[in-house]
Write a protein that binds this ligand. Sequence first.
Ligand code: KG4
Ligand code: ZN
Length: 345
Amino acid sequence: MLTLTLESSCDETSVAIVRDGRLLLSNAIASQIPVHRRYGGVVPEIASRNHIRDMYPVVEEALEEAGVALGDIEGIGVTSGPGLIGSLLVGVETAKGLAYAIDCPCVGLNHLEGHLTTARLELESTGRPNFPYIGLVVSGGHSDLYVAHEMGDYTKLGSTRDDAAGEAFDKVAKMLGLPYPGGVEIDRLAQAGDPEALDFPRPMWTREHFDFSFAGLKTAVYEHLQERGVPEEDEALADLCASFQQAVVDVLVMKTIEAASRRAIPRVVLSGGVAANSMLREEMHRAAEQRDLGVFVAPPELCTDNAGMLGPIAEHYLNRLETTGFQHPDLQATDTTPLGRRAAE
Ligand code: KG4
Ligand code: ZN
């Protein structure tokens, strides 16, 4: 099946063409990062307006790059939640319009399920994990740990009790006067820093449960800055970034590895924007190797928001529709997430 997928839940307008839910033929992305940078974060109204401007050129770019015509598309998948409502509306209405025009089915998809199953794409650089796997989804809005039993069947093991990991990165970056999105900047500056220079807390450092908390860590950085001020020297700034990043990474790695060992599942998958973090990728690989676990993590551009990541779930849900021809998703259904539907065991 040849599918077209659309993602516009936040500030990336993205359209991908995917064959059989695993072969990425194109993945066009128009990023609004430079626009929102001047405000220090995403401004929802501006994001919606830019999605309207960019959506059709991005559709055309994706079709052209894949070398296919709109009429060749057999099914459409679109992020219908969670996300900014104005941004989602642009993607969903575009998807419905295209599906209506070419008389093909269209399904609404869960953004987090897209992140969680990105690794099921066939990528040159990484292997493709079999089920079951432990899936860590770490983004700007979520930090969740799942068992992915198979497509559409997941058990949520834990999630953040307050801020998401990405939010902690972004807020700490803001305190340091770094530009949005902060995770990328902290990652970059931390490369030159000493991760042991400062001793920040590792919140929820327990093997008793799989929940996370990052608000206290954010406060610890805030208090440190109140006391000592924002470092003026490059070296001290790098040390601070590296030490903060190490605290986040330690908790994410420990809990993910612990989940794999408790569940006796031999592979882990990292996803979401924070999975682009170089230290997280390295340390997860190192910890997993010691225990003979497989680690699967897509290249950074497939970790941050993009439509390509929706390929596997688009195929999965389109194949399960009972009728063919034009069908459209209902935004009312965005809260009925298929994630974690299986009761915690
Ligand atoms: O998945 P994503 O693109 O959007 C959401 O669904 O939220 O994730 C965005 C988050 C932001 O908080 C951003 O700072 C973070 O991912 N991020 C990173 C890196 N690249 C993006 N965090 C740490 N290191 C990175 N290299
Ligand atoms: Zn995301």
